[in-house]
Design a protein around this ligand. Structure first.
Ligand code: SF4
Length: 401
């Protein structure tokens, strides 16, 4: 996660005011949310460079599908990226939070992607490059070393120690854990900045949090540990975590936050995307505590999220209504899409009329970055965001009771 500077009168501030009623001027708050969001132009483009994957993790949003290489090349994905990064490179200071960034967010690295990465390094040296990976980047270790490619940050998913990780991510071949661990061990060779471990909590792996923290920090395999809960879909709702299990998660995060966070450096981050999880937290820590913490003085207003510290745990909550939060999302076929579009295959997204609202537009090679962002904000708000805001309002009224 890239952390934006805390702001007052940002979309998150107005969102909070709307949700809690904690604002003197209650008029036009919806318009204020949306007009602030439009000004918070993110400096990150997040690209799904490949739609296939070697695994089929239980919690994954994506479905099984073939390689998207051909369709990416047919639609000039590389040039679409180049166009945006060129604009970001020259205008980043006008945007938010200033540091331009290309995040490779899935699903696996392929050889032809190095043309894109090398082009970025050569033409836009100030652009940061980050990779979210499962360890399969190791297949291209030689290319990294031959072409002297260094990433600015690398996020590797580790969903438990061997047994739980493989149960969640690779129950048939049981190779995923070893790959992720090898990926972590080699990570500093290809990264000049932060290395993070990402863990998605489910009913399979919820007991392994402390063990993962111990593994990565005692061996200096990572600098940060980001923990989040799973977003349930039709195919994985059976492994959603219960309140009882979340209570065990909470105890473990408390322990590792105490052990590994220092005054100057936070290493443990707990990210929540669903108000349902905040509701569960209320049951775990008590109504009074959560009410107190969710008051204005205890909250930071970050880009796309509110931050707060609860029992020494640093939490960021990202309301769905405020998407796109930190980045513009580009899919493998060069389309600008919304959150959750990953749960459909490219074929479904392109041909199924009922899935139309998940595609904002097919991008051309000369799009104006700022215009694309404004269209993205409006599209999300109209099709999804406004409804989410209504749900969030009701949920927070219940949490505050
Ligand atoms: S979670 Fe990552 S590694 Fe697992 S199937 Fe999805 S994209 Fe592949």
């Amino acid at each position: 996660m890239k952390r934006g500077r805390p702001t007052i009168f940002s979309s998150t501030y107005y969102w909070y005011s709307y949700i809690t009623g904690d604002f003197k001027n209650k008029k036009n708050l919806e318009e204020k949310i949306i007009s602030s969001l439009k000004k918070e132009i993110p400096t990150t483009i997040a690209v799904i460079m490949e739609r296939s994957c070697y695994f089929q993790c239980r919690h994954c949003l994506f479905q099984k599908e073939g390689s998207s290489k051909e369709i990416s090349q047919k639609n000039n994905l590389g040039k679409i990226i180049d166009n945006f990064l060129g604009q970001l490179s020259s205008k980043a200071k006008d945007f938010y939070p200033e540091k331009p960034c290309f995040v490779y967010c899935g699903r696996v690295l392929k050889e032809w992607h190095f043309e894109v990465i090398k082009n970025i390094r050569k033409k836009y040296p100030k652009i940061e490059i980050g990779l979210i990976d499962n360890g399969s980047y190791l297949k291209f270790k030689d290319i990294f070393s031959r072409d002297k490619i260094k990433l600015d940050f690398l996020d590797i998913s580790l969903d438990g120690l061997k047994e739980k990780h493989n149960q969640q991510r690779d129950p048939i071949y049981q190779k995923s854990f070893d790959l992720a661990l090898e990926g972590l061990k080699y990570a500093r060779q290809i990264t000049r900045g932060r290395i993070s471990v990402l863990m998605t909590i489910t009913s399979i792996n919820y007991t392994d949090i402390e063990k993962v923290a111990k593994l990565i920090f005692t061996k200096n395999l990572a600098d940060e540990f980001h923990i989040t809960t799973m977003t349930p879909t039709a195919k994985n709702s059976d492994i959603e975590i219960s309140t009882k299990k979340l209570a065990k998660v909470w105890q473990q995060i408390k322990k590792i936050s105490k052990k590994y966070n220092t005054k100057n450096k936070h290493k443990i981050f707990f990210k929540l995307y669903r108000y349902q999880d905040l509701n569960k937290l209320k049951t775990i820590i008590g109504e009074e505590k959560i009410k107190k913490i969710l008051t204005k003085n205890n909250i930071t207003f970050d880009q796309g999220s509110i931050g707060f510290n609860l029992e020494n745990i640093q939490i960021n909550y990202f309301p769905f209504s405020l998407w796109p939060q930190e980045s513009i999302l580009i899919d493998a076929d060069g389309a600008n899409r919304v959150a959750f579009s990953q749960k459909f295959t490219l074929k479904q997204l392109c041909h199924d009329k009922n899935k139309k609202k998940y595609t904002i537009a097919k991008l051309r090679e000369n799009e104006n970055y700022q215009q694309v962002y404004l269209r993205e904000v409006e599209w999300w708000w109209k099709n999804f965001g406004k409804n989410f805001l209504g749900e969030e309002k009701i949920a927070f009224e219940r949490i505050g009771k």
